[in-house]
Each structure stands twice: as structure tokens, then as C-alpha cells.
Design a protein. Sequence first.
Length: 219
Amino acid sequence: MNLRIEQLSKSFGNRVVLDGLNLTVERGEAIAIVGPSGSGKSTLLNILGSLEKPDSGKVVLGEVVVNELTKHLLEAFRSRSVGFVFQEHLLLPYLSALDNVLLPCLGHPETTPIESARSLLDRVGLTERANDFPSTLSGGERQRVALARALIHEPLMILADEPTGSLDHERAVELVDLLLSEAKMQNRIVIMVTHNLDLAHRLDRTLILTNGQLTLEGG
Ligand SMILES: Nc1ncnc2c1ncn2[C@@H]1O[C@H](COP(=O)(O)OP(=O)(O)OP(=O)(O)O)[C@@H](O)[C@H]1O
Ligand SMILES: [Mg+2]
């Protein structure tokens, strides 16, 4: 099981953002993507998570060619195989921490994994805060709730777009280490976009996205 990106291209109008990218990521591997603002990092992550379509090329996760899935299968794929963490936590303000973690399971009350959600909150250090609302949590705590939510469906791949963008350095390191330990434990793939090279270097490989191409840092 791995993630393969083959000849991936994407343009907006005549602006070429991704220009024939190739990359293979093995299960359990954590990749950092850095690069200038506007270089296409979020676009790449959105395509990997099937939130956006490439113009050409392929994203293959295990046996699944993600960009060839029909709409119905795409939604199932997105919710079961991919966990997203964004720069802003995107928690719903009127739901408790626990209910925010359970949000991706909404609509399936018979199988709502409350115990899994509690155990995830334990693992991110928020046992005591399960019933608290986002507005009463610190920035770091909110991002940890967002991480727990990204893990609720046991995704094969975690996509994180500047997940530490709103945190100070100490909180950022804490969140990245938590993300990595959760991912490594279950052999999940991590693709994390960051502007911070110190954080990037905590992951297995750092790739630079410039001029539509990915290159290995120092390579
Ligand atoms: N929906 C869209 N329509 C038109 N242009 C877009 C769209 N989405 C992104 N772009 C353009 O594509 C380029 C890449 O954007 P993207 O958001 O992927 O960059 P980024 O590397 O994530 O930047 P940042 O570090 O600032 O978040 C930018 O020039 C942006 O303006
Ligand atoms: Mg971005």
C-alpha cells in the first residue's frame, strides 16, 4: 500500500501550478512539503484529498485511482481514507470537543464511535475537555481536537495544510510530534505543508515545491 502521484498537472487559466509531478510515498512515511507562497502546496494537497481535480495525471492510493472515482465513491473515499487538518481548526463553535471529533460520523447514529472519539481525545491530551466548547479551548487545544477529528475514521493518509500556522513554536512542535506518533503507530501516510523548516525536518523527507515541480531538499 503506497501513494503514487504520476505526472500530475494543474493550471488555473494560463498559470501552470503543478507541472507533471511524480512522487511515491510508502505507508508509514511522513513527507513535508515546503515552498513559496502561491507555489501550489494547497492545490496539491486538495488534489490528493480529492477536493480538487487535476487537469491530467494520476493519484493512486493503494489500489484506488483516486481521480477516476465517481462522485459517490469519492465521498466515501474522502471520508474513510483521508484525514484533513487545516491551518484553522474549522471546529463548529456550537459543538463540544467530543462532538466535533464525531462530526465526520454524523448521519450514522447507530455506529457513532463515541468510545473511539473519547480515546482519541485521551491520546491528544484532552480527556478533561471533552464537553468543552471550542471557544473555551486554547489554539493548541483546538488544533489537537482537529487532529483527533482527522483520525476518527482511521484514515490511510493524513493531509495537513499548515496545521501549526496559528500556533507558537512550542505548541507547533507538540502538535507535529503528536501527529507523527499517531500516524506512525498505525502506519499512516502523512503529507504536511509547512513554512517552517525546523518542523519539516521532524518528518522523514522534505520536498520543495517550486515552478510546478517537487524536488528533494538538498537533493
Ligand atoms: N480556484 C482557483 N482559481 C484560480 N487560481 C487559483 C485557485 N486556487 C489556487 N489558485 C492559484 O494557484 C496558485 C497556487 O495556489 P495555492 O493555494 O496552492 O498556493 P500555496 O503554495 O498553498 O500558497 P500559500 O503558501 O500562500 O498557502 C496561486 O497562484 C493561486 O492564486
Ligand atoms: Mg496554501
